[in-house]
Ligand binder design. Structure first.
Ligand code: DX5
Ligand code: ZN
Length: 216
């Protein structure tokens, strides 16, 4: 069954606790926290204190997506704050292996993300050091964008390598395009707008969870 990871970027910032409980009670599986440094991406969002506070109010695993040029500067702080998964970007200017190893040493799911234009080859040497690969389906930085269908092939390619970890996508995922992602091997869908702006979230979540996985 596909795992749904609501991105709090699309939640009402003035009622974050209420919004998180709403997605938790609707049956979502993870909570996705988009961290942005206004340098790697042209936006600024969330710090470790938000993760620490969320840890206190929800049982959902906290899936932290570091859209940062220097994730190493706050990695320990995010790990201490209670992240259950930390994803760094393959495009940063320094080696990803030491960071992936550190995340795993702390018993946390280690993820590596690719922007839409970054080829899958960029992560192949590191697959064995990861528990999750995030194929961004929009240019990172903002919610509410249109899914870039060119990324579907990347997801399928990763699935066909027999990758053992989670295959995640993030950006522009809706009820009308999720099946096409699942059919290519997606296991975790990050959804912001489509979930938080739904007028019947529990019904939407059960429909999305019912979408069939690909026949093996
Ligand atoms: C982009 C963000 C978005 C957000 C979800 O950096 O990561 O992808 O999580 O966006 P929507 O609202 O398109 O689901
Ligand atoms: Zn994200």
């Amino acid at each position: 069954m596909i795992k749904l990871a609501p991105s709090i970027l699309a939640a009402d910032p003035l009622n974050l606790e209420r919004e998180v409980l709403r997605v938790e009670q609707s049956g979502c599986d993870w909570l996705h926290i988009d961290v942005m440094d206004a340098h790697f991406v042209p936006n600024l969002a969330y710090g470790p204190d938000v993760v620490r506070s969320l840890k206190r109010v929800t049982r959902l695993p906290l899936d932290v997506h570091l859209m940062m040029d220097h994730p190493e500067r706050l990695l320990e702080t995010f790990l201490d704050a209670g992240a259950d998964g930390v994803t760094i970007h393959a495009e940063i200017d320094h080696p990803v292996s030491p960071l992936l190893r550190r995340i795993r040493e702390r018993g946390v799911r280690a993820g590596l993300a690719l922007k839409p234009a970054t080829p899958m080859d960029a992560v192949v040497p590191f697959l064995h050091e990861t528990d999750l690969i995030l194929c961004m389906t929009v240019e990172p930085g903002f919610g509410g964008q249109k899914l870039d269908t060119r990324v579907l092939d990347k997801i399928q390619m990763l699935h066909h390598t027999g990758y053992h970890g989670e295959i995640q996508a993030d950006g522009g995922i809706r009820e009308d395009n999720l099946a096409s992602l699942i059919n290519r091997g997606l296991t975790v869908a990050v959804m912001g707008t489509a979930l938080f702006h739904s007028d019947d979230l529990p019904a939407l979540v059960s429909r999305l969870h019912a979408l069939k996985e690909i026949s093996q």
